[in-house]
Design a binder for this molecule. Sequence first.
Ligand code: ADP
Length: 376
Amino acid sequence: MNPDVWLAAVIGAAIGAAIVAIAMRRKQRKEIISSTLVPHRTRQLLSVLQSGAVIVRRDRRAAFVNNPAAAIGVARPDGALLPAIADLAEQAWERGEAVEEEIAVKRGVLGVTSQVHVRVVPLDDDLVLAVVNDHTEARIAEQSRREFAVNVSHELKTPVGALSLLAESIEEGADDEHMVRSFAGKMRKEARRLTKLIQEIIEISRLQGGESVLDHENVHIAGVIAEAIDGASLTAESKNITLTADVKADPMVMGDRDLLLMALRNLVDNAVHYSDPGKRVTVSCKTDDGAVSVAVVDQGIGIDTKDQERIFERFFRTDPARSRDSGGTGLGLSIVKHVALQHAGTVEVWSQRGVGSTFTLRLQEHRVDPDTQGEK
Ligand code: ADP
């Protein structure tokens, strides 16, 4: 063999052996860290916990780290430990009792901060057990609940304030029949808006409540589309908007018909509200590989790209005055999103300012075998 090739082979083999030796030493070190102080059974037990669990040694390193703890970012499998956890461990030894605290943990390269609850319990003179739970999601849910309560009271104040002003005006102008009629009409409009707002607040609270609100039945989507169009046809007519269905199939979905109708009705109502007179709104339905897509297409005012992500948030409106004018509550799309989620579906928007919008509701098709009447 050529001496150069020999040399290259020998060097290659030596490098390979060195890499293997280093990897084995590392693995052995990791094994030693986790196995010397913490018995196998205990490690098995801690491994199946959903909470993060870390066994901390006197030298401020971890003798054992389960996967959730590593994922939360409080310790690494090689024993490196977040200083805040080591400090808590020292406190627990000093006091001889359990210590708990909320700590902020920066995660990953993006440095996202999580709020983590840690409870540290001394096991003996050498080891403490730290149980770690990430409360970030619970906090976000709590914050969202608080914001919702604040928003609801703010939203309710507007129509109630308007009603009280209108009542005052009627009192003052009681002799002017024309004025009384005009204000009474406005009061009726505000009262209608208030009723809709209250209904939608109840609906969204129910949908967000976590517990499933689904009434499971086979729902013919073509029927739901026809009913949604029927419900919006008077408003469309009054605005000279052509409202049509383009339904090529009648797929079925397993779900709650009333909720699906409400979601589609919200989309069709919006399409009509946010379109100028003379335009066209079409609701189409197609199936594709087990999915049902219902699209509501309008030629309306469109939505700026920057707002498209936010329109599904509760009470978000791109133009609050126009929304209020049309009796909008700012909750319609949020309801659509939650109805889709409850049916394991999605809702997406395509839109361009001045061109129009397309909202697509995607749901799972429920196929029934006509011979057996069973599910396919
Ligand atoms: P609203 O009761 O205000 O209509 P929604 O939750 O239904 O509340 O919609 C949120 C916002 O999204 C609306 O205020 C409006 O700015 C925008 N939007 C919804 N649908 C359309 C649409 N088809 N065309 C243009 N803008 C729309």
